[in-house]
Design a protein around this ligand. Structure first.
Ligand code: ADP
Ligand code: MG
Length: 394
C-alpha cells in the first residue's frame, strides 16, 4: 500500500452521477453543474482579517452543485454529505438564524445576494463534494462558491469571481455566523490551474503566481490529521478580536500597517498578551512577500524554510497548533521534507509538506508510523497540485 495517495483526478470527474441524483431527488434535469475547489494556503495564515496578504492554491478536491431555477420562490437543498432529508425554504423568509444545519451555507449565499440587492429567486440544488469537511481544506467556502457561481449564471448576475467570493464570505459571516476572513472564498473563486493566488486583502487585489512544484522535482503533500478540536470557533473569534484591539491600541487601521522594524516599539506599547499575536501577523505578512518573490524567480524549493517558519509562528506565537499537527511537521522535517506547516484556521485540520519527489514516500511512511506509535487516528495523506478555481462544468 502506498503511504501517499496519488493526486485526485477530480478535474476529470463525470457530472453524470450528480445529474442523476438531482433527477431522482427533484424529478427534473438540472440546468447546469458548477464546481468550486477546496484550498490549501501555502503561507499567510490569519492575515486576511488583518488586511494583509496570503498565498493559497486551489486543490483538485471540489464541490459540485447541480442546479435548476424554481419559479415559486422555494429553495430546496440536498447534499450527498448533508444530514437529513431535502431542506425546503422560502427565499423571502431567509434571515440569519433561520437555518441552523449545513443548509445555512447555501441558503446564506442566496440571502447574501438578495441583501446585496440582486433579485434572485428559488432553486433546487443538489450538492456532492470530494472536499473533506472540517479538515481545514475549506469545504465551507467550496460549498458557498459553488452555489454563488451557480446563482450568478442561472440568474444572469454577471458578477466577477472576486465579487462572488465576497458574497460567499458575507454568507458565512452574516448568515452562518462564522467571523472568517475572505481568504478561503477568494481561493475557491479566483485560483487558476498551475498557479498560486497572491492576495492583497486591503487592496482587494489578487494576482496569479506560477507554482509548479512537479517541474522542480518537488511534491506538495497534504496530511489530513482528522482532528477537529471543538474550541476552534470561539478561539478564532477571540484571536481576531485580539488583533483588532492591538491595532486600535497602536492607532492603526489594521495590523497590516505595522512593519517588521516597528515590532519592538509596538511591543513596548501593548499589553504582553497581545505581543505574540502581533508578531505572528507582522512576520507572516513578510513571509508571504518573500515567498512570492521566490516563486516569481522560479525558486519553489526556497519556500520550504518559509513554510516551516510560518508553522513555528503559528505554534509559538499564535498558539493554534496542536500535538497532531506538530507531530506531522516535526516528523516530516526529520525525514527530509523541505518545509511543513499546518494550514487553515488551526486546532487540528491539515498540514502541508513540501518535499523532494524521492523523499515523498519515506516522509509519508514516517508520518503514518509516528501517528500509529502515538496512538492517533490514521491520517489521510495525498498529493496536490494547483487546480482551477470555481467554474461551470456542465
Ligand atoms: P472546513 O471549511 O475547513 O471544511 P468548516 O467548519 O468551515 O470546515 O465547514 C464545514 C461545514 O460546512 C460542515 O460541517 C457542513 O455544515 C458544511 N459543508 C461543507 N461541505 C458540505 C457538503 N458537501 N454538504 C453539506 N454540508 C457541507
Ligand atoms: Mg471553512
Amino acid at each position: 500500500m502506498n503511504a501517499v495517495d496519488a493526486p485526485d483526478n477530480a478535474q476529470g470527474r463525470s457530472v453524470r452521477p450528480v445529474e442523476e441524483v438531482f433527477r431522482r431527488v427533484f424529478g427534473a434535469h438540472p440546468e447546469g453543474v458548477w464546481a468550486a475547489p477546496g484550498r490549501v494556503n501555502l503561507i499567510g495564515e490569519h492575515t486576511d482579517y488583518n488586511d494583509g496578504f496570503a498565498l493559497p492554491i486551489a486543490i483538485p478536491q471540489h464541490t459540485l452543485v447541480a442546479a435548476k431555477r424554481r419559479r415559486d420562490g422555494r429553495l430546496r437543498l440536498h447534499s450527498e454529505q448533508g444530514e437529513g432529508p431535502v431542506i425546503d425554504l422560502a427565499v423571502a423568509d431567509l434571515v440569519p438564524g433561520a437555518v441552523t444545519t449545513w443548509g445555512a451555507y447555501p441558503a446564506g449565499v442566496v440571502w447574501a445576494l438578495r441583501e446585496a440587492g440582486y433579485e434572485t429567486g428559488g432553486a433546487d440544488l443538489h450538492i456532492d463534494s470530494t472536499v473533506p469537511t472540517g479538515a481545514g481544506l475549506s469545504s465551507s467556502a467550496a460549498l458557498e462558491c459553488a452555489v454563488a457561481f451557480a446563482y450568478d449564471d442561472l440568474y444572469g448576475l454577471g458578477l466577477t469571481p472576486a465579487a462572488l467570493a465576497l458574497i460567499a464570505q458575507r454568507a458565512e459571516n452574516g448568515f452562518v455566523g462564522v467571523p472568517c476572513g475572505v481568504m478561503d472564498q477568494m481561493a475557491s473563486a479566483c485560483c487558476a490551474e498551475g498557479q498560486a493566488l497572491h492576495l492583497d486583502i486591503r487592496a482587494g487585489a489578487h494576482e496569479h503566481v506560477p507554482f509548479a512544484p512537479g517541474a522542480e522535482g518537488l511534491r506538495l503533500l497534504v496530511v489530513d490529521t482528522r482532528v477537529k478540536h471543538d474550541l476552534g470557533d470561539g478561539a478564532y473569534a477571540a484571536l481576531r478580536a485580539g488583533c483588532e484591539r492591538a491595532a486600535r491600541l497602536l492607532g492603526l487601521a489594521a495590523l497590516r500597517d505595522l512593519a517588521p522594524e516597528d515590532l519592538p516599539r509596538a511591543g513596548r506599547l501593548l499589553p504582553a498578551s497581545l505581543v505574540p499575536l502581533v508578531r505572528h501577523v507582522v512576520t507572516e505578512n513578510a513571509r508571504v512577500t518573500e515567498a512570492v518573490s521566490h516563486l516569481r524567480a522560479g525558486r519553489v524549493a526556497a519556500l520550504g524554510p518559509i513554510i516551516s517558519a510560518g508553522h513555528a509562528s503559528l505554534r509559538d506565537d499564535y498558539a493554534i497548533s496542536c500535538a497532531e499537527t506538530d507531530l506531522v511537521v516535526d516528523t516530516a522535517l526529520e525525514h527530509g521534507a523541505l518545509g511543513a506547516r499546518m494550514t487553515g484556521g488551526g486546532f487540528g485540520g491539515s498540514v502541508i509538506v513540501l518535499v523532494a519527489e524521492e523523499r515523498a514516500s519515506a516522509v509519508g511512511t514516517a508520518v503514518t508510523g509516528a501517528f500509529r506509535t502515538a496512538g492517533y487516528q490514521e491520517p489521510h495523506l495525498f498529493e496536490v497540485s494547483p487546480a482551477p478555481g470555481a467554474r461551470r462544468i456542465a
